[in-house]
Ligand binder design. Structure first.
Ligand SMILES: [Zn+2]
Length: 381
């Protein structure tokens, strides 16, 4: 294995922060079958779909590929306090999951099992993006990747949903505003599932542009539609890009180029966040889209270009889903190579096969759906 690293010629290196805590991997989602708890006719498997594997292995490739030495490691911080968490979550919800966590664990709401001590781990997971955001806004770093767990984008104010206990991205945005004053924040969620928690949190807020590219009606099935555009002052500042199952490389890039890009240009953010799930990848067990490592690389580069032009490159990426333990490492490395500007020389061994799948390029029915979201993007003043 060649572990040597070369830099792209002429490309300058960015100061990229990286957050990963061993505690994140200790959040225990128990035995299950896929995402359903075992019992009845559901035979127990050793792992829940949202186990630590797919994230631990991303960190593994980050070490082995050599890209780690281009990263500014930030791992010395505490979990969020109740005061910071109640900016979004209700006191009753926090008390409830804390009590269960102090005992044997339980379920935070809908499809969100957790074990003993997971509350504290969730507060650390939510602290990661805030710590990284501070470093960006104070000018110490250019961009950052937070490889945190449990994920956050499905969590609502008063209940956990879809493996998410605390709304990591929402809490980062709200706490950064408390610390740094008014900020215009653009959030892109490219997880294959709809970012319902983020949508609800900023539904009437015109200072937060919330965009979600996801598989149409995967999870949650009652939200993520194109006509959900925000209300009151926030009308037009919530953009959903639901895509048909089977959407691949071409569809993702088309969504960035025709919806996300124009929306961010019009919005003029002070900070861009990406809620990065890799479950849009072609062999993810919980998604039916066809992205591969180059899709994530290209999307990251486009977002960096927007950030460079509009907000001094400030791009804060935090982890969400992604359940193919075999493949997520190569998606993660593609994003980190883009963020740092470093090239490790590690090739995605699946790339030739995945890029060769039929209909990776933009299909007419995908373009038709994405065009509806592009209309919503025009509402931004
Ligand atoms: Zn997801």
């Amino acid at each position: 294995m060649d572990l040597s690293r070369t830099l792209h010629e002429g490309m300058c290196m960015n100061r990229t922060g990286y957050i990963y805590r061993e505690e994140y991997m200790w959040h225990n989602t128990g035995i299950a079958a896929a995402y359903l708890s075992a019992g009845g006719y559901i035979q127990p498997d050793l792992q829940h779909a949202e186990s630590s594997d797919s994230k631990r292995r991303i960190n593994g490739l980050i070490s082995v590929s050599g890209i780690r030495q281009h990263l500014h490691i930030m791992d010395d911080f505490k979990g969020l306090t109740d005061d910071q968490i109640t900016l979004f979550h209700t006191k009753d919800y926090i008390r409830n999951i804390k009590t269960m966590s102090d005992d044997r664990g339980g379920d935070a709401g809908e499809l969100t099992p957790f074990g003993p001590g997971s509350y504290e781990i969730a507060t650390l997971s939510a602290a990661g993006p805030l710590v990284a955001g501070r470093a960006l806004l104070s000018g110490k770093l250019d961009n950052a990747y937070v490889l945190n767990r449990p994920p956050g984008h499905h969590a609502e104010a008063d209940r956990g949903r879809g493996f998410c206990l605390l709304a990591n991205g929402v809490l980062a945005a709200m706490n950064l505003r408390r610390e740094f004053g008014d900020l215009r924040i653009a959030i892109l969620d490219w997880d294959v599932h709809h970012g319902n928690g983020t949508q609800k949190a900023f539904w009437t807020d015109p200072t937060t542009l919330v965009m979600s590219i996801h598989q149409y009606q995967n999870y949650p099935q009652e939200s993520g539609f194109v006509d959900e555009i925000g209300e009151e002052d926030g009308r037009g500042y919530n953009i959903n890009v639901p895509m048909p199952p089977g959407s691949g490389h071409g569809a993702y890039l088309h969504a960035i180029d025709t919806v996300v890009g124009p929306a961010i240009e019009a919005f003029k953010p002070d900070l861009i966040m990406i809620l990065s799930g890799f479950d849009g990848c072609i062999i993810d067990p919980l998604g039916r889209n066809m992205a591969y490592s180059e899709t994530y690389r290209e999307m990251t580069l486009r977002m960096m270009s927007l950030a460079d032009r509009l907000c001094n490159g400030k791009l804060l990426v935090m982890h969400e889903g992604g359940y193919s333990a075999a493949y997520t490492p190569f998606c993660g490395l593609a994003v980190l190579e883009s963020l740092t500007g470093a090239h490790t020389g590690v090739e995605d061994p699946f790339r030739e096969i995945f890029s060769g799948y039929g209909m990776q390029d933009l299909q007419p029915h995908q373009a038709e759906m994405i065009a509806k979201s592009a209309e919503v993007a025009k509402l931004i003043k």
